[in-house]
Design a protein around this ligand. Structure first.
Ligand code: SF4
Ligand code: FES
Length: 252
């Protein structure tokens, strides 16, 4: 297959960036999108040209490291991660534009790599949960309603990729924060720190410069793990409950 790649190149965080065009003609339909970029980088290395910087780790759709805006869609045309996208999703001869996530809270570091450590700081702001460690507890010691258990598991599939932020015109992290808050808020183990967790994480998201949610829904459409939009309703409900009942539990 042949492709014309239009790729965002930016030497570092402070330098101006621009689209560069590359032609590739030795791609098979079974290659993943990242393998296709590996082929390009092999060629650039051989030519003594700086290869295209992009993030990846597991390449199995589980770590959330890959983060490419492909033809204007986070992770491209399928409901999956950039690393699990295959070239058979494109047509021979297609022109493909590849850019980094674009959000104020995810500054570009180089080419297609951006700094998503803001997500780590949001997670840290959620704190810990009070559970005894040691041997595995008896399975029925803390009963959980089946619908709550199922939803908690579904929300726990968020891999922190940031596609929701990249898709949102407001650059909001509400889908990510909602998934992380709700996966614990639905379980008995998540109850002791529930008020401080939700208020702390929302305050940190504001501090990092993520925008507000205005119910557009692009985040849920772009999410490779199909986290539903109603985690944002659960987040708002939890926030209201925490403030009403506890005032300002984190004191800031
Ligand atoms: S909610 Fe979805 S799109 Fe957002 S970080 Fe989690 S997995 Fe990625
Ligand atoms: S590289 Fe791990 S999810 Fe894509």
């Amino acid at each position: 297959m042949k492709f014309t790649l239009r790729i965002w190149r930016q030497p570092d965080a402070n330098a101006p960036g621009a689209i560069e065009v590359f032609e590739l003609d030795d791609i098979t339909e079974d290659m993943s999108f990242l393998e296709m970029l590996d082929v390009l980088n092999e060629r650039l290395n051989g030519e003594g040209v700086d290869p295209v910087a992009f993030d990846s780790d597991c390449r199995e759709g589980i770590c959330g490291t890959c983060s490419l805006m492909i033809n204007g869609q986070p992770h491209g045309p399928e409901t999956t991660t950039s690393c699990q996208l295959h070239m058979r999703s494109f047509h021979d001869g297609d022109s493909i534009t590849i850019e980094p996530w674009r959000a104020a809270a995810f500054p570009i570091l180089k080419d297609l790599c951006c700094d998503r450590s803001a997500f780590d700081r949001i997670i840290e702001s959620g704190g810990f949960i009070s559970v005894n460690t040691g041997s595995a507890p008896e399975a029925n010691a803390a009963p959980v309603d089946h619908p709550d258990a199922t939803r908690a598991f579904d929300f726990a599939t968020c891999i922190g990729c940031g596609a929701c932020v990249a898709a949102c015109p407001n650059g909001s992290a509400s889908l990510f924060v909602g998934a992380k808050v709700s996966q614990l808020g639905l379980l008995p183990q998540g109850q002791p720190e529930r008020p401080t967790r939700v208020v702390g994480m929302v305050a940190q998201a504001d501090h990092e410069g993520f925008g507000s949610c205005t119910n557009i829904g692009e985040c849920a459409s772009a999410c490779p793990k199909e986290i539903p939009l109603d985690v944002i309703s659960l987040l708002n409900k939890d926030m209201r409950w925490s403030i009403t009942r506890w005032g300002n539990p984190i004191g800031r």
